[in-house]
Design a protein around this ligand. Sequence first.
Ligand SMILES: N[C@@H](CCC(=O)N[C@@H](CS)C(=O)NCC(=O)O)C(=O)O
Length: 225
Amino acid sequence: MLEIWGRPYSSNVIPVIWTANELGLEYTLQLAGGSFGKLDTPEYALINPNRMIPAIRDGDFALWESLSIVRYLCDRYGAGGLSPANGQMRAVADQWMEWSASKVFMPVIYLFFATVRTQPDARDLSKITDLRDEAHAALTILDNHLARHAYVCGDTFTMGDIPLGCVAYRYFNVDVERPPLPNVEAWYKRLTERTAYQDHVMRHFGTNPDEWAALEKACATEGVI
Ligand SMILES: N[C@@H](CCC(=O)N[C@@H](CS)C(=O)NCC(=O)O)C(=O)O
């Protein structure tokens, strides 16, 4: 059976878990990384020599790098669906996946760290505003694109929506004022209607480091996968 290694609150692991659930794949989640450890073991070095999460094992085949894993799962188990059959459409899906990583992921993850992962009395408001502005500027490009399309590749949900959908959840759920992005907001609302998104992306992550740590720890005992 497919094994996914990682922790379900990790920003790079969430796209892999969401993808596996969109595809209806059976898998086991091997809790690893952060407080779950296991990355320093000889066994894990064979799966990912970088000793980072996520990684997967699919039979004898091991793979790391979150977006490569999403592409692999969609190409292997969702060809013609999440991985568009048309080569140009697949390239457009790929383009938005790369763009998510190169333009949006970093300001949003730093915004997340500057808010949720920083104690309230230690937060730097001007840094938070700068990160919000950087994320908003990038997301304005997506907003213009989504004025003409329901999803990044057109009328249907594809793998191109997955990394951006994960980043969008964090962006729309940190405690910061956001200027309007009407088309991104409408697309985000469409994602929130998907069961796999509700179950695996829309995880309440708390409002401060203590809440965040408690929620992440709880997923080991409550079986939240
Ligand atoms: N480019 C890599 C980045 C992987 C990465 O930075 N993973 C972090 C978690 S988000 C990690 O393994 N941190 C160590 C840990 O969680 O213990 C990917 O997309 O898979």
